[in-house]
Write a protein that binds this ligand. Structure first.
Ligand SMILES: *Cc1c(COP(=O)(O)O)cnc(C)c1O
Length: 395
């Protein structure tokens, strides 16, 4: 069967919740993937900022293989070594004292929302509202689409859970004014990725931290996309020298193996006691093995620094492209989370890039988003930019 036949067969049985590009991918290595017909693509999507070590990284493959042949899953009724080791690794690499494991970014944010409410209800005398940002993205469960400050993700799913309020992103005065006697926490992304690769002013997160401190409420940072070296440091908030109370992670933590994590200080984490929150698959041994292997490569083998360097090079090349094409309104980002804002909707540009062998993502309707594996080489960056250049020349 060829790709065309597979796609027709696929759509007969798989629910239509996604608009997919018309290709069937079957194999990957490093920054490259191949479709069923053997056509090669340079992958600047990386499974939406997930496969940061590149596809089929030998260390991750070996770790999963080894764990699969030893013990796959036992539930959280018991202790396991792998969960201990990954939690220790995350704690020592971050602000956090404690880690809760789950399976996705939305689940990590759900856990953070529950923890903040429990903390607020019990420790802050019944405060339980969370302020989030307009243009944010926090996931697709009912609570996380409500936390998400974009109406398009909420429309049709009413009634939405109560307890969320929104303020404009990158506006400290608006945040300060919105915090009231019911507020228990602020939830914010260091860079709004899905929302258009929107980078706040320097000092913004620090200002959010100061407001939270002054009001005695929790700061939750959604690092699902920005974490794991995506922006050039391990967790993006480190660049502002602040320590949050709660951080959520997922995407690149397993390099493609599903895993989510909520990290917290002891002060916040103490609000959860046995029975308050749980996940059957959370802390699954395969996910833990994958996460440990990923952190080893990222933190011990210099990938973090390589990603930061590649990000600077990529940004420079995109800025040069902007100088050439009037249709590019802005080029921005941090590390290897980069956005090219166009003067038009970018769907057509992405289709042409895909046809020419370059996978890129969108961030909203007008922004082309590059989130390649951190192992991307300068030559691959040159090729990606050349393909986009060629597509923009066509217009
Ligand atoms: C992708 C993403 C999520 C949701 O993660 P899922 O694993 O798809 O549930 C939440 N927050 C941010 C910032 C994300 O980029």
């Amino acid at each position: 069967m060829n790709s065309q036949e597979w796609m027709q067969r696929f759509d007969r049985s798989v629910m239509g919740t996604y608009k997919r590009y018309p290709l069937v991918l079957s194999r990957g290595e490093g920054c490259r993937v191949w479709d069923l017909e053997g056509k090669e693509y340079l992958d600047c999507v990386a499974g939406i900022a997930v496969c940061s070590l590149g596809h089929s990284h030998p260390k991750v493959v070996e770790a999963i293989r080894k764990q699969a042949g030893t013990l796959t899953h036992v539930s959280n009724l018991y202790y396991t070594q792998a969960q201990c080791l990954l939690a220790e690794r995350l704690v020592s690499a971050s602000f956090a004292d404690k880690v809760f494991f789950c399976n996705s970014g939305a689940e990590a944010n759900e856990a953070a929302i529950k923890l903040a409410r429990k903390y607020g209800n019990e420790t802050l005398g019944g405060k339980n509202e969370i302020i989030t940002m307009e243009g944010s993205f926090h996931g697709r469960t009912l609570a996380t689409i409500t936390a998400t400050g974009q109406a398009k993700f909420q429309a049709g799913f009413e009634p939405l859970p109560a307890g969320f309020r929104y303020v404009p992103f990158n506006d400290l005065a608006a945040l300060e004014a919105a915090v009231d006697e019911k507020t228990c926490a602020v939830l914010v992304e260091p860079v709004q990725a899905e929302g258009g690769v929107r980078v706040p002013d320097a000092g913004y997160l620090k200002g959010v931290r100061e407001i939270c401190d002054r009001k005695g409420i929790l700061l939750i940072i959604d690092e699902v996309q920005t974490g794991m070296g995506r922006t050039g440091v391990f967790l993006a908030h480190e660049a502002e020298g602040i320590a949050p109370d709660i951080v959520t992670m997922a995407k690149a933590l397993g390099n493609g193996f599903p895993i989510g994590a909520m990290l917290a200080t002891d002060k916040a984490a103490a609000a959860f006691v046995p029975g308050n929150h749980a996940s059957t698959f959370g802390g699954n041994l395969l996910a833990m093995a994958a996460g440990l292997a990923v952190l080893e490569v990222l933190l011990d083998e210099g990938l973090l620094a390589r990603g930061a360097k590649a990000g600077r090079y990529f940004l420079e090349k995109l800025q040069a492209l902007k100088a050439k094409h009037g249709s590019i309104l802005d080029v921005r980002g941090r590390g290897l989370l980069l956005g090219v804002e166009m003067d038009r909707e970018v769907a057509g540009i992405l289709t042409r890039c895909t046809e020419k062998g370059l996978l890129v993502a969108t961030a909203g309707t007008h922004v082309v988003r590059f989130v390649p594996p951190l192992v991307i080489t300068d030559a691959e960056i040159d090729r990606a930019v050349a393909i986009l250049d060629g597509v923009l020349e066509e217009r």
